[in-house]
Design a protein around this ligand. Structure first.
Ligand SMILES: [Zn+2]
Ligand SMILES: [Zn+2]
Length: 155
């Protein structure tokens, strides 16, 4: 599939061929139908947000902020496949992506405050990227999403 890749500040994104894995565990493979272009994406490109890419390399945030990076975090599309532990959506469902993940089972989620989730089910920094170039170089997904792409593999 093709994705718009961010390499470094002040440079145009490049459209490149990227290999995407099959969904594992609680992951969902989505065919992208549309994506917003948010200022948060632009902040990374033009460095108007206080992001120090070097400082992020070893932080949990680093895994989904580090170039090469498929940008975009406001996507919509159609589910193509789901991992074996997914029960909430199925192939054919129309979905939107959300960078604010929540567990739906902690006290905050159950009292109507999923934005304050105590156990957000994110990929950990140690997990391997799900996208890669043909030469094997990993491609990270902005906010674990990467919606500037033909497909998204999301948690
Ligand atoms: Zn946004
Ligand atoms: Zn929760």
């Amino acid at each position: 599939m093709k994705a718009a890749i961010f390499y470094e500040p002040y440079k145009d994104l490049t459209i490149e061929e990227v290999i995407i894995d099959k969904p594992r565990g609680r992951e969902v493979l989505v065919r992208t139908a549309a994506s917003g272009v948010c200022h948060s994406d632009l902040h990374l490109v033009d460095q108007t947000m206080d992001i120090n890419l070097d400082a992020l390399k070893n932080s949990p945030m680093g895994a989904f902020m580090k170039p090469p990076l498929a940008l975009g975090h406001e996507g919509a599309g159609i589910v193509e496949a789901v991992g074996p532990d997914v029960t909430y959506v199925k192939p054919g469902d129309h979905v939107i992506t959300c960078p604010s993940v929540f567990c739906r089972s902690c006290e905050q989620c159950l009292t109507g405050h999923p934005n304050r989730c105590q156990n957000p089910p994110r990929r950990s920094a140690g997990e391997p990227p799900r996208l890669r170039f043909k030469d094997g170089t990993p491609v990270n997904q902005f906010a674990d999403l990467g919606t500037f792409a033909e497909q998204m593999l999301v948690h």
